[in-house]
Design a protein around this ligand. Structure first.
Ligand SMILES: Nc1ncnc2c1ncn2[C@@H]1O[C@H](COP(=O)(O)OP(=O)(O)OP(=O)(O)O)[C@@H](O)[C@H]1O
Ligand SMILES: [Mg+2]
Length: 503
């Protein structure tokens, strides 16, 4: 048998992948070293997920050969990958929602007391241990559908680690996590490295790539641009290589909101989750909501659009009280919501681009029949505006990259033509360049008089975009910041309870 270079755990030789004639990976030659943290970055649709799906056995390459520990391997399915010691934490949460946490962690890998009997006690205690290591207090017997996106991600991570892999692949593990969970996760990655585990780490957050990766590979249009020690590259240089040109300042200039209040929320509470929330949203302003995971930001959005039952409180649009008990009510009152959970209530992956963009606004395209031409024109408009990378308007969303699915989700929530737009993690999984496009677009929206609520776990985004920032803590608004007070320190003060009424 052929023996390859020492110290290399995975080598790919001439790996290519095409989907119906489209080459999404071209001639990937890379040596990943034993025990290193290997970063992969690139724009949305660059081929990052496709590459690691080949290593994880979800896809087989169209061409090329993979060597694992010096030996040629055919990773023809995920079972083979697991057996040789490659575990993947996928980009999209992939758990069975009506099973509970420990059942998901050990699905297909159950502990058995005997041939016929599962060892439930052992699985629960092992699950508790894994979750404890991740500093989360998720109960092993909790049902998956009761968890938040961030918590589900933690379960995915626990699941991958439970295999005790030699190589752990993480596809944007920190998307939708806040700084605290990110720190926990990055520490865990370091501990795994100390134990000799090799980690392949994909992220759009270049700061953490710099912080944690030993080397970084830049992909553009399915090809390797460069592979370098991370310490040799600045964040700026990495971004430049991803995009292939110099980047402009990412945040557009802020526009002041106008004085008139468009939305007023008074004393809104949701049992056990939100307590006495009151605020105003002015015309053409961007009001940010910051806070740690579990502070209640998404829950507030859900209460505003009628997905969560309010126990008390009033909502006024243009000074008139509105009853919002369903998303349909919300849309009628001009309130739209971009969900953070794009595959939950965001988009339908088995539907195509056109159907998804007009999912909630279909009424606009119907008289007696659906006006398919108008619908397509609108979809084409969004594909062009957001630079959505898709083979055609008829392509089903499951075939788009994560970031491009997110752009479709944004188009969908925008299409009803809202006056008030609630954006929950709008740039989750979006690359630096596309982020800028989305920020510019949000700016155009507010300039045309639309008011935005921006929920984001990226402080930089909150600080760069918002006119005012409400900081939430434990289901309350701890403080609302304006002007110079919109800075990281001040926000963290309120978010952690060192300042403000919730402390
Ligand atoms: N099963 C598939 N069938 C057809 N095309 C696909 C399939 N999977 C991925 N693609 C295409 O391959 C390209 C690369 O996608 P990939 O998911 O690897 O991108 P990515 O770098 O992970 O992007 P992101 O940052 O948005 O997650 C995209 O243009 C995508 O549309
Ligand atoms: Mg991806």
């Amino acid at each position: 048998m052929q023996s390859r270079t020492d110290g290399v755990i995975i080598e790919t030789a001439g790996i290519s992948k095409e989907f119906s004639g489209v080459h999404v990976l071209k001639n990937i030659n890379v040596e990943i070293r034993h025990g290193e943290i290997f970063g992969i970055v690139g724009e949305n649709g660059a081929g990052k997920s496709t590459f690691i799906k080949i290593l994880g056995g979800t896809y087989t390459p169209s061409e090329g050969q993979i060597f694992f520990e010096g030996k040629p391997v055919h990773i023809r399915d995920t079972g083979v990958a697991k057996r040789i010691g490659i575990a993947t934490i996928p980009q999209e949460v992939n758990l069975v929602s009506d099973l509970n946490v420990y059942e998901n962690i050990f699905l297909g890998n159950e502990y058995r007391a005997s041939l016929w009997l599962l060892d439930k006690r052992k699985m629960i205690s092992k699950a508790r241990e894994l979750l404890h290591d991740l500093h989360t207090d998720i109960a092993p017997e909790e049902r998956i559908d009761r968890l938040s996106v961030a918590q589900k991600r933690m379960v995915e991570i626990a699941k991958a680690i439970s295999y005790d892999p030699k190589v752990l692949i993480m596809d944007e593990p920190t998307a939708s996590l806040t700084q605290y969970e990110i720190d926990v996760l990055l520490n865990l990655v370091r501990r795994l490295k100390e134990k000799g585990v090799t980690v392949i780490f994909i992220s759009h957050r270049l700061k953490e790539v710099k912080r944690i990766c030993d080397r970084v590979m830049v992909l553009r249009d399915g090809e390797i641009v460069s592979i370098d020690p991370t310490e040799d590259l600045s964040e700026h240089e990495i971004a430049k290589r991803m995009v292939g040109r110099e980047l402009d300042a990412i945040f557009p200039e802020k526009v002041e909101g106008q004085g008139t209040s468009v939305l007023r929320v008074e004393g809104l509470s949701v049992k056990g989750v939100l307590h006495d929330i009151s605020f105003d949203l002015k015309k053409g302003e961007i009001l940010g909501f910051a806070g740690l995971i579990g502070a209640g930001r998404t829950e507030l959005a859900e209460a505003l659009i009628g997905v969560r039952r309010k126990t008390s409180g009033k909502i006024f649009v243009h000074g008139k009280e509105c009853v919002v008990n369903s998303p349909r009510d919300a849309i009628r009152h001009g309130i739209a919501y971009l969900s953070e959970d794009r595959q939950g209530i965001g988009i339908l992956t088995s539907f195509n681009v056109v159907a998804n963009t007009t999912l909630v606004s279909l009424g606009k395209y119907c008289r007696l029949l659906i006006n398919a031409r108008k619908e397509r024109e609108k979809a084409r408009f969004y594909v062009d505006t957001f630079n959505i990378k898709t083979p055609s308007l008829e392509t089903r969303l499951e075939f788009l990259s994560g970031g491009n699915q997110q752009k479709v989700s944004l188009a969908k929530s925008l299409d009803p033509g809202p006056e008030i737009f609630i954006l929950d993690e709008p740039t989750r999984g979006i690359d630096v360049n596309a982020k800028k496009e989305i920020y510019d677009f949000i700016r155009q929206l507010v300039m045309s008089g639309i008011s935005c609520i921006l929920i984001s776990s990226e402080l930089e985004e909150i600080i760069g975009m918002c006119n005012r920032v409400a900081v939430m803590r434990e289901g309350r608004i701890a403080g609302i910041l304006e002007g110079d007070r919109i800075n990281e320190e001040e926000i963290m003060y309120y978010a952690t309870g060192l300042k403000g009424r919730a402390s």
